[in-house]
Design a protein. Structure first.
Lengths: 449, 489
């Protein structure tokens, strides 16, 4: 049967076989040994026509509670934000989404320039000199930063705050097995990285210190003090993971002397889509430019002196350096970097701050309401758009009750460690209205009793 | 300084006071945030993002898109990348709110539809590859390679075998193979190809030993040739205690014809953005699921999606797991697209894909071998590699041929890869291209070959029709400018 994605007709096939000089396509597969030839038909579902398939998958999707059907206060690294309509229109231009990596710059100026602009925006937000073209996500970007710091300093010990995203921490452990690094976890005290323990563990063998700003609990880590501590060791690097939206208000890590800043640009224009694809970013100093993982776009000129863009410093990369490459990364998240660029362009210089402060103000309103309702807000320090409240029952069951009221509740911190059982991490973004917050706090209060 | 003939970057369109956004009003009581923070933590200078209107943004990116070539723009025979058509239903399905607007930390009971889809995709990919179990977590092919190698490492270490430090890769392998071996803590060792473009069995026997952790192989290989001696190779490696890793970049050649699991492979990664139509997105995002044999299943990355027959759920209690390789559960949005594609094709459709991909490649190869040197003469699979040697003698390099193809509206083939062919041109037409398209491309290639003989400057100075001519890559690398500066000198 003729399939709509396959244009070869019977007549085409006949004439092509003739040109090749074989009687059937079977002859073209004769070099596959009979012992390994697959006989029969793959045991997978039969094909469906376009209409039926879309109907089936729509019905499947409708089984899922989602961020449109319910009002969400769930964050913990993935956030529901305003996405300008133009974002999806731009990334739906198939000249972008059906293109490969821009290895032929003359016909890829669009992609190359878009990435160059992305690099610029990330540099601006993070306060760093250099940004790459994207990583898989914030977690793997952080793990790559850790491995880079070990290679750069030729040291094996890395101090990692337990207030970073718990799944990033796990990914760091997995990545660290390759170069056999020693990962020392630094405890959390009053919602922040325990600087006393950090100080005690920090020594001349320390390659880097990893901290998240704002941290997983929403609290803003004192980067200035952290940097002062780290400065006691000449070579130790400061690696910071940052929600880039928060940097619309907060002093960027670059201003505190961070060596590498990573994070996820999902907050700019990328839907949650069950955790991926999002868009890791990786920003650093000029000093480390030649050690950066992944692709970099650079500006240059063509034969007529016109400005143009190319992939550059490729001697770092796997397709040139093979086993000596700074990373094995090849595919990245280019299309999502484009989505984030569009969202960042729409927000612009002032919008990014306005959006950040809207998050902060609404989160503070919600926090105050919870306090008035009698909930304990666990950590007292400065925070961005997330805070922790204590409840008197199992969070999983509490959230299930909230679902029936039309809400997706906060993150169950008990998933991370038992000490945090009955602790709920609540995220409030700019799209939550006063009415939604009021009702959420009331419902949660009613359920909590 | 921006040159007046330069295409503007978005920062050059910026004008104080313009906005491109529509944020909600503050509907809660105003608070003075600055009181809460020490001034050290309050950003003193706003990030210099552009101030542009919505239409300006749309026009800017529309203009950029016109300066870009995708599969929808024209033929894209980029070898090893499987630049096939990206079906539009995939895009529609991936955007259904019940799939795009779900949060990874929602209770599993509220996302059973998504988990059912993922589970069915895992099972389907296991069947297509002949593997025992599949994880959807790796974000891309290279990420899958590293994940697979970490599992092989965990397996050897669990056997108390700490001396298996080497991973063997053919000289024709993708660069990611040796790079992934290094990142996983191994040393990459090269095995040579023979004069038929296949792994040299004698050399394999020479390099294999009790320090061999794994052999990484692409089959068909990057020359587009099926490794006929795969069973002997598997035996050599397994007898030495090593494991076999399958780089799935070229799976488009053999779906329904042969399965890596049946060839003796222990670990397989797939590139859903190649074989299964996840769009390449200008470089990503991709998705690189990994399949393993039963022996290796306990080392799969955490968490493992499973079912008790009634509900789907993630199993986090995996004591032998290599750990987590990525936050959350993989590039779900790409997995949805791949799933939609597989369900559009069915088992017979997927086999037809490989059949036609292979016939298209062989047809092009036979027509082009008259003008271009073909180093390996046997039938190819889904791609083939030509050498530009003959043209080089005339002063026309493979790079020039590639640039000249741009004038005809084509994306050129992969060039200078694989490394074991001089002046390589690696052509992969895919099954979604019509005979007419192939013929037009072949005609262009023949014309270029003639130009090399009669009018080499036309080729050497190409491209002539693109928005920009050849770029100075040396300058870009020597004096890197990696971001826009307003006050450029």
């Amino acid at each position: 049967m003729q399939h709509r994605y396959i244009p070869m007709t019977k007549e085409d096939k006949k004439s092509m076989l003739e040109t090749v000089g074989v009687n059937s396509t079977e002859e073209l597969f004769a070099d596959i040994p009979q012992e390994v030839r697959f006989k029969g038909e793959l045991n997978i579902k039969p094909a469906k026509d376009e209409y039926e398939l879309k109907k089936e998958l729509t019905q499947l999707a409708e089984q899922n509670v989602n961020l449109q059907s319910h009002t969400s206060f769930l964050g913990a690294g993935v956030y529901q934000h305003y996405i300008p309509s133009i974002v999806d229109h731009v990334i739906s231009r198939s000249e972008f989404y059906t293109a490969y990596t821009p290895y032929q710059p003359e016909i890829s100026q669009g992609e190359l320039q878009a990435i160059f602009e992305f690099q610029t925006m990330i540099s601006e937000l993070t306060g760093m000199e250099v940004s790459n073209s994207s990583m898989y996500d914030g977690g793997t970007a952080l793990a790559e930063a850790v491995n880079l710091s070990a290679g750069q300093t030729r040291k094996k010990k890395v101090l990692v705050s337990k207030a970073i995203h718990p799944e990033s921490l796990e990914v760091i452990h997995t990545y660290a097995k390759g170069p056999d690094l020693e990962i020392v976890e630094i405890d959390v005290k009053d919602g922040l990285t325990d600087l006393d323990q950090l100080k005690a563990e920090l020594d001349e063998d320390t390659a880097s210190v990893v901290i998240q700003y704002p941290n997983f609990l929403g609290q803003v880590e004192p980067l200035k003090e952290v940097k002062e501590l780290i400065s006691s060791q000449k070579k130790t690097m400061m690696l910071v993971s940052s929600n880039p939206l928060a940097l619309g208000y907060l002093t960027p890590p670059g201003d505190f002397g961070a060596d590498i800043v990573v994070g996820d640009a999902q907050v700019f224009g990328i839907p949650a889509q069950y955790g991926g694809p999002h868009c890791g970013y990786f920003a650093t100093t000029k000093k480390l430019m030649r050690k950066v993982p992944g692709r970099l776009v650079g500006q240059t000129v063509d034969e007529e002196g016109r400005r143009g863009f190319v992939l550059t410093l490729q001697a770092r990369e796997q397709h040139i350096r093979r086993d000596k490459a700074t990373s094995n990364i090849c595919s990245n998240q280019a299309l999502n970097a484009l989505a984030s660029s569009v969202a960042m362009s729409a927000l612009g210089k002032h919008g990014v701050k306005e959006m950040a402060t809207l998050n902060m103000k609404k989160a503070r309103y919600a926090k105050k309401l919870f306090e008035e309702e009698g909930f304990e807000v666990v950590y007292k320090g400065p925070f961005f758009n997330e805070f922790v409240i204590k409840v008197n029952q199992d969070v999983r069951e509490l959230n299930q009750k909230l679902i029936s009221k039309g809400f997706i509740g906060g993150f169950d911190l008990g998933r991370v460690n038992e000490e945090w059982n009955q602790h709920l991490l609540i995220a409030v973004t700019e799209i939550r209205t006063k009415e939604e917050i009021d009702q959420f706090v009331k419902e949660l209060g009613d359920i909590n009793g | 300084m921006a040159n007046h003939k330069d295409f503007p970057v978005i920062f050059e369109l910026s004008k104080e006071g313009r906005v491109g956004y529509s944020l909600p009003d503050l509907d809660v009581p105003e608070v003075d945030l600055d009181q809460e923070f020490s001034s050290d933590y309050i950003r003193s200078e706003a990030p210099d993002l552009p101030e542009v209107s919505e239409l300006q943004i749309m026009r800017h990116y529309t203009a950029l898109s016109k300066r870009n070539h995708g599969v929808d723009s024209g033929f894209y025979p980029l070898g090893s990348c499987t630049m096939k058509y990206n079906p539009k239903i995939n895009e529609d399905v991936a955007r259904i709110p019940g799939l795009s607007q779900i949060h990874p930390y929602q209770d599993e009971r509220t996302v059973q539809g998504a988990l059912a889809l993922m589970y069915d995709l895992q099972t389907t990919l296991a069947e297509i590859t002949g593997m025992h179990e599949v994880t959807l977590q790796p974000a891309a092919g290279a990420h899958g390679e590293w994940t697979g190698l970490m599992m092989i490492r965990a397996f050897h270490e669990a056997n108390g075998d700490f001396n298996r430090t080497k991973v063997i890769v053919p000289d024709s392998a993708h660069g990611t193979n040796p790079a992934s071996a290094t990142v996983a803590g191994f040393e990459a060792v090269t095995v040579k190809s023979d004069d038929r473009g296949l792994v040299d069995l004698e050399d394999l026997k020479r390099v294999v030993g009790d320090d061999t952790a794994a052999l990484m192989l692409t089959n068909p290989n990057t020359l587009g040739l099926f490794e006929e001696h795969i069973l002997e190779m598997a035996k050599i490696v397994h007898d030495a205690g090593g494991r076999l890793y399958y780089d799935g970049a070229n799976l488009n050649a053999i779906m329904g014809y042969a399965r890596p699991g049946d060839m003796g492979f222990d670990v397989v990664h797939l590139n859903l953005h190649k074989t299964f139509t996840g769009p390449h997105g200008g470089g990503g995002p991709g998705s690189g699921p990994v399949g393993v044999t039963e022996e290796l299943a306990k080392y799969l990355p955490k968490p493992v999606l499973t079912t008790d027959g009634e509900q789907y759920f993630f199993d986090h209690d995996r004591p032998h797991s290599i750990g987590r390789v990525k936050p959350y559960y993989g590039n779900f949005g790409i997995n949805v697209r791949a799933y939609t594609y597989i369900r559009s094709m069915g088992p017979d459709g997927l086999k037809q894909v490989s059949e036609n991909a292979v016939l298209n490649a062989n047809y092009m190869m036979r027509r082009l071998e008259e003008e271009y040197e073909l180093p390996f003469k046997q039938h190819c699979k889904h791609e083939f590699v030509l050498s530009g040697k003959k043209q080089k003698k005339l002063g026309v390099r493979t790079l020039d041929i590639a640039k000249r193809l741009l004038d005809f509206g084509y994306h050129p083939p992969t060039i200078y890869f694989p490394l074991n062919v001089e002046e390589a041109l690696m052509v992969e037409p895919t099954e979604t291209e019509s005979k007419e398209t192939l013929d037009e491309f072949i005609d262009a290639m023949i014309q270029i070959s003639n130009e090399a003989k009669e009018d080499p400057e036309t080729v050497q100075e190409a491209p002539h029709t693109t928005v920009i001519s050849r770029l100075d890559e040396t300058q870009a690398a020597r004096k890197p400018v990696l971001r826009y500066y307003k006050d450029e000198e």
